[in-house]
Design a protein around this ligand. Structure first.
Ligand SMILES: [Zn+2]
Length: 254
């Protein structure tokens, strides 16, 4: 079945007279995820969440189109992890700028970056591109921050943790190694306490903070947890897609 809201699947026959309100750009990364999850984990998650959220919004009448996932993200902190493919922020800016230029020229004036990787940072780019393309409404979402994870999972984490392992178990079970291969995802914490607080930040050199590249205990992961979280994220994301697609961007504030 060709899904009319997925650009990679639809065709010129359908698109030549189509008009979309909102383009959705999933953006992931290609990187190690503990011992047991595929390098494409962030892309699998972003792609699936974009597609399912768009389906829900489309069926409610929102004219949304999901662009192909960009599979490489910022991995500057993992430069010594084998085949983690780093895309520098300046390269991301150039790619994003070219995509927005197409949308702007063709009258698709709303874009959501559906971010799927914690190392990607968009705010400064969106500020600069907003000045360059004043007709465009550009927004960014981090689906992995959209819900209180403690309501869905026993252990917290931020990389190849219980949440990500459960999601991939649900979405692509054939790509997850057997449980006896899973690392425990122990994270070493910076000796300077402030860097564990939200107000101070320095990049984590990944090979120094985690033995298995994971951050967060995956051992209580399950398909059921992954399904429940996935559906809740997509419901919430779909509501935002609908709202943005229908909104008058010149009249957003009350
Ligand atoms: Zn990830």
């Amino acid at each position: 079945m060709i899904r009319p809201y997925i650009l990679a699947e639809t065709n010129w026959k359908h698109l030549k007279d189509e008009e979309f309100e909102l383009a959705i750009l999933p953006w992931g990364a290609t990187e190690a995820h503990n011992y047991h999850l595929p390098y494409a984990t962030d892309n699998i998650e972003g792609d699936a969440i974009a597609a399912e959220s768009a389906r829900i919004a489309w069926e409610k009448g929102a004219k949304v189109i999901v662009l192909p996932v960009i599979p490489f993200g910022v991995n500057s902190g993992q430069s010594d992890i084998y085949l983690d493919i780093n895309l520098n922020p300046s390269t991301q800016f150039a790619i994003l700028s070219d995509i927005i230029e197409v949308l702007n020229r063709q009258g698709v004036y709303k874009l959501m970056i559906l971010n799927s990787h914690g190392g990607n940072n968009w705010k400064s780019m969106v500020r600069e591109l907003g000045l360059k393309f004043p007709k465009m409404f550009i927004c960014v979402t981090d689906w992995f921050k959209s819900l209180d994870k403690s309501l869905y999972f026993d252990y917290s984490g931020d990389h190849a943790d219980e949440m990500e392992t459960s999601l991939v178990l649900y979405l692509e079970p054939g790509l997850v190694l057997p449980k006896k291969e899973w690392g425990n995802g122990n994270e070493k914490i910076n000796k300077i306490k402030a860097f564990s607080e939200p107000w101070a930040w320095t990049e984590r050199p990944w090979s120094q903070i985690s033995e298995d590249t994971g951050v967060g205990n995956p051992m209580e992961s399950s398909v059921e947890k992954g399904k429940r979280f996935f559906n809740a994220v997509c419901e919430k994301m779909a509501a935002l897609l609908f709202d943005v697609s229908k909104a008058n961007i010149d009249d957003l504030y009350k």
